[in-house]
Design a protein around this ligand. Structure first.
Ligand SMILES: Nc1nc2c(ncn2[C@@H]2O[C@H](COP(=O)(O)OP(=O)(O)OP(=O)(O)O)[C@@H](O)[C@H]2O)c(=O)[nH]1
Ligand SMILES: [Mg+2]
Length: 573
């Protein structure tokens, strides 16, 4: 069965909750205060079977401008928005704000319900319809169905359901591969069962007994029970409204905004590189370092916008920026987010995560801007090439590659294959892949060859260099990377590795005729001395090996006994 999550949107009192009740029979206003005041304060939930193939999970949001924060927590995971506009009032401020939010979050599909048709004349209804079409012009809802309904008389409801069916047909189901990520929108306890959380499963699939991380607290829990649309299930998949009964954690340790995730899969971050579009009707330009409210998933976190070019963003413009947050968050490339101004609280901007684990950028750096442009406009392969380049000699392990891409494991393997085939990356390890940018790999190779050449030049009498000594020249290079490059160089015939030493393949210790004669004489001396080998100075003196530099002659001697003539060494030792 196809699972689609629909969210309502629209101005206060325009009839969202009444319409959901008329469609499903469920009153989504659960709180006492909601019933007393006749308004929605927090998210409400319902479900509707459109036919045998499609099950709609419904999130009903509040329209009041003071509760946009709650609305934002509800629309994060929706596939489809039902924008509700009352025929008697037409487009109002939160109609605009909610539509802008859906647009910033790139909600995939949508339609409009013109409610309260029983309260207006038909010529007025025609006018509102025209106005609405004009209002939608240039937005993702342009040209989408506008369905007049009355929740009071029931008129138009059948038509709305038919239209919903059509819209859902065009929506492809979400892929349930990938890691589990479920932004929590509600926490409560069930007597005898303990803590229960609900939310829209953003990606992956969740099974009974699975272990999960709760972020950002880092606590872990076990899935004891699962429900989808009030039915007990053994597995929930991406795109489903899911209730999870957790064992090993208390209600007090959980809150809206937390994320339930595959253990160890998502590191937390205080910084994010993003595209940032300031809404065309934002009240003023956005200045560098402006304090904002950052919304992602079901969470709200304070932070500052660091503009990477220019001093301010004009309404309607899009830039790249770095967000520096006051509390950690979890995000993945291509996730969408919304920004609201600190005070007065108003939706002003939003965009897409480009890098969830950036370094702190200095502003006005052409290289940073070029790289972010690639992360924004390039393919996943292009983006990974940028990250591989920045990773230098460390390269990127499989877990790093996963964090740097929006793909699941299967799709990422395909991209890795392309990077290897086209020579952009070199494999340090194959299973799982650990990649290095080909330029960094080439640079490391030639640096190793250069260091060895320098060693041989400075130590012409030493046949080889201790591998550990060479390795110590690369303090930031992982053992495995170093070993792989040595292995590759050796396989290519560039160098020779023997036990704990390494040398350039073409390097040999060549002696002057004078030294060669001394070696022979010393060798004879040792052989003849048998079990009473002479001391170093004594042997040198006896054979008049008086080279210009006494230090050099001692070094030569050491080499001679330890390397050139193992039999002599064995005796000397
Ligand atoms: N006559 C008439 N009244 C309606 C209709 N739909 C809703 N109402 C009335 O409008 C008022 C507001 O309806 P709600 O459904 O609570 O509006 P809402 O959009 O959910 O409001 P918030 O959640 O607070 O934003 C209630 O008094 C409803 O009875 C309709 O189709 N016809
Ligand atoms: Mg309501």
């Amino acid at each position: 069965m196809k699972q689609i999550v629909l969210g309502t949107a629209g101005h206060i009192d325009h009839g969202k909750t009444s319409l959901i009740r008329a469609l499903t029979g469920i009153d989504t206003d659960r709180l006492k205060e909601e019933k007393e005041r006749g308004i929605t304060i927090d998210l409400g939930f319902a479900s509707l079977n459109l036919d045998d193939d499609v099950q709609l999970g419904i999130v009903d949001v509040p329209g009041h401008e003071r509760f946009v924060k709650n609305m934002l927590a509800g629309v994060g995971g929706i596939d489809l928005v039902l924008l509700v506009i009352a025929a008697d009032e037409g487009v109002m401020p939160q109609t605009r704000e909610h539509l802008a939010i859906c647009e910033l979050l790139q909600v995939r599909e949508g339609l409009v319900a013109l409610t309260k048709t029983d309260m207006v004349e038909s010529d007025w209804l025609d006018l509102v319809r025209e106005d609405t079409a004009e209002f939608l012009h240039g937005t993702f809802l342009e040209g989408k169905p506008i369905v007049p309904v009355s929740s009071k008389t029931g008129e138009g409801l059948a038509d709305l359901v038919d239209t919903l069916r059509c819209v859902c047909d065009s929506l492809s189901p979400r892929s349930s591969s990938g890691p589990v990520r479920l932004p929590i929108d509600r926490v409560f306890t069930m007597r005898g069962f303990g803590a229960v959380i609900t939310g829209t499963l953003f990606s992956g699939s969740l099974r009974l007994e699975d272990r999960v991380d709760i972020l950002p607290s880092g606590l872990t829990a076990r899935v004891r029970g699962l429900q989808v649309h009030s039915q007990t299930v053994t597995e929930a998949v991406a795109g489903q409204r899911t209730a999870v009964n957790l064992q090993g954690i208390e209600k007090a340790q959980l809150q809206r905004g937390d994320i339930l995730a595959t253990p160890g899969r998502f590191p937390m971050t205080h910084m994010l590189d993003v595209t940032l579009k300031l809404l065309a009707d934002a009240p003023r330009a956005l200045k560098n370092r402006a304090r904002v409210r950052f919304h992602i998933g079901t969470s709200e976190i304070m932070g500052r916008v660091i503009l990477l070019e220019g001093e301010e963003v004009q309404p309607g413009a899009q830039v790249v920026a770095q967000l520096r947050l006051e509390a950690p968050t979890v995000a993945a490339p291509h996730d969408r987010y919304v920004l609201r101004s600190y005070s007065p609280v108003q939706t002003i901007a939003g965009g897409m995560i480009l890098d969830a684990l950036p370094v702190k950028h200095k502003r006005h750096r052409p290289q940073v801007l070029t790289q972010l442009a690639t992360l924004h406009h390039g393919t996943v392969a292009d983006a990974l090439t940028v990250h591989l380049h920045n990773a230098e000699y460390a390269g990127l392990k499989w877990s790093d590659l996963l964090l740097r891409s929006p793909l699941d494991e299967t799709a990422l393997h395909a991209v890795v294959d392309v990077l290897l085939q086209q020579g952009t990356a070199v494999a340090i390890e194959n299973n799982p892949p650990w990649l290095m940018h080909h330029e960094q790999y080439a640079a490391a190779r030639s640096q190793i060859l250069q260091l060895l050449a320098a060693f041989h030049r400075d130590n012409p009498l030493k046949p080889a260099m201790f591998t550990e000594e060479l390795r110590s020249k690369f303090p930031r290079m992982a053992e495995k990377v170093f070993a792989t490059i040595l292995h590759d160089l050796s396989a290519a015939g560039e160098l020779e590795v023997s036990r704990d030493k390494v040398k350039l393949a073409q390097h040999t210790v060549t002696l002057s005729p004078e030294r060669q004669a001394a070696v022979m004489a010393l060798e004879q001396c040792f052989l003849q001395a048998q079990y009473q080998p002479p001391g170093v100075e004594e042997a040198l003196a006896a054979h008049a090996v008086a080279w210009e530099d006494p230090e050099a002659s001692r070094a030569f001697w050491r080499w001679y006994v330890t390397e050139a003539f193992p039999a002599a060494y064995a005796v000397a030792a």
